[in-house]
Design a protein around this ligand. Structure first.
Ligand code: KG4
Ligand code: ZN
Length: 389
């Protein structure tokens, strides 16, 4: 089965084409093409993601990325006869519907009409698109683009929860197998959640942050230290420099909610503590490194302790970790050690599918297609910025 996947929930525009087969027991994925345009450089100036800029960039990038994927997989994409594209009798009807779907995206419609209408109908079984959570204006661009493609080529459309994408992202590596019940730890710029997965499609949130997400703790602390957005990679780079020799802890940070009786998290106290400490200090490169190290260590400890608690409470037989923050080498190492200590399978995505991407949307699309082979009514598909699992 071939799946075209589209992701525009935040600051990456991404389109992938996957070949997927073998069902639930031994799912196998082959990435036929993966095109991604990161807007990080543009958003840096604002110290975070600027929604209307994100929408504008997605609008600009979707058509060129699609063309790149199509050419890479199918070679010459040029339409030779109208029959290559759709049934001729429906031609004007389809165009009318596409015009309606892209009514609020004039620039996208212009590109679509100029370029996409001339692409030969590809051999694709499904189109999967992120419906949420994320920035709604950004989500809508991807959704409307996907709807227009679905109409043009008469290919079923499948809406995907971005967080389900993160949960299933480790399955790109066929060695990773989910044994149920499984516990998923989701750690990204917008989420920090422990999710119990009793079976395919069955999710129960058993712990979540009461304030900031863990990615925010990295990003906000980095900002206070004068480091660029996104702060996670910057912090981990600096912290690494302290790991060569002997490091003595110098600025103990609080560990909010660590010892309470729940699986919930709290991270906002961390940035406040850093803020107050920094007021008394002159921020030098040495201080930046020290705080990066303290923050990373504190976060590792909190994530491990809370995850262990949830593992014990729910008798999980495997642990999945998803979301951009698992790109952090120390966090990866700590969870792999936990797996060895507990003899527990740990499913961690490869680095390329840790931060936002369309491959994971295609993987989730495969399992949703198995559940709902005829796809979904496109009229009912829309962006939901706060979509939960
Ligand atoms: O999943 P993701 O790409 O986007 C969201 O859905 O939010 O996650 C982005 C988050 C950012 O907060 C970023 O700072 C963090 O992941 N991140 C990291 C690292 N790489 C990305 N945090 C810590 N260490 C890293 N190496
Ligand atoms: Zn994400």
């Amino acid at each position: 089965m071939k799946i075209l996947a589209i992701e525009t929930s935040c600051d990456e525009t991404a389109i992938s084409l996957l070949e997927a087969n073998s069902g639930f027991e031994n799912p196998k994925f082959k990435v036929l093409s993966n095109a991604l345009n990161s807007q990080i450089e543009l958003h840096k100036e604002y110290g975070g993601v600027y929604p209307s800029l994100a929408k504008r960039e997605h609008t600009k990038n979707l058509t060129p990325l699609l063309l790149k994927v199509m050419e890479e997989v199918f070679g010459n994409t040029k339409l030779e006869t109208l029959n290559d594209r759709r049934e001729p009798e429906n031609h004007s009807n389809v165009l009318k519907k596409i015009r309606m779907v892209l009514e609020r995206e004039p620039e996208l419609f212009e590109q679509f009409a100029r370029i996409v209408l001339d692409i030969k109908k590809p051999d694709i079984d499904y189109i999967a698109v992120t419906e949420g959570p994320g920035l709604e204006p950004a989500l809508w661009v991807g959704i409307n683009f996907a709807k227009a493609l679905s109409l043009l080529w008469n290919i079923p459309l499948i809406p995907i929860n971005h967080m389900e994408g993160h949960i299933l992202s480790p399955l790109l590596n066929k060695e990773n197998k989910i044994t149920f019940p499984s516990l998923a730890l989701l750690i990204s710029g917008g989420h920090t959640e422990l999710v119990l997965m009793k079976d395919w499609y069955q999710y129960e949130v058993v712990g979540e942050t009461q304030d900031d997400a863990v990615g925010e703790a990295f990003d906000k602390t980095a900002r206070m230290l004068g480091l660029p957005y996104p702060g996670g990679p910057e912090i981990s780079k600096l912290a690494k420099e302290t790991r060569n020799g002997n490091y003595e802890h110098k600025h103990s940070l609080p560990k909010p909610m660590l010892k309470d009786n729940t699986c919930h998290f709290s991270f906002s106290g961390l940035k406040t503590a850093v803020l107050y400490r920094l007021k008394e200090l002159n921020i030098t490169d040495e201080i930046r490194k020290e705080f990066a190290r303290e923050l990373e260590d504190t976060i590792v400890e909190i994530l491990i302790k809370k995850t262990e608690k949830a593992l014990d409470e729910h008798g999980a037989k495997s642990l999945i970790i998803g979301g951009g923050v698992i790109a952090n080498a120390e966090i990866r190492k700590a969870f792999l050690n936990l797996g060895t200590e507990r003899n527990l399978p740990i499913l961690i995505p490869e680095k390329e599918v840790s931060t936002d991407n369309a491959i994971m949307i295609g993987i989730a699309g495969y399992f949703r297609a198995l559940k709902n082979p005829s796809g979904f009514d496109i009229e009912k598909i829309g962006a939901n910025g706060n979509l939960s699992l």
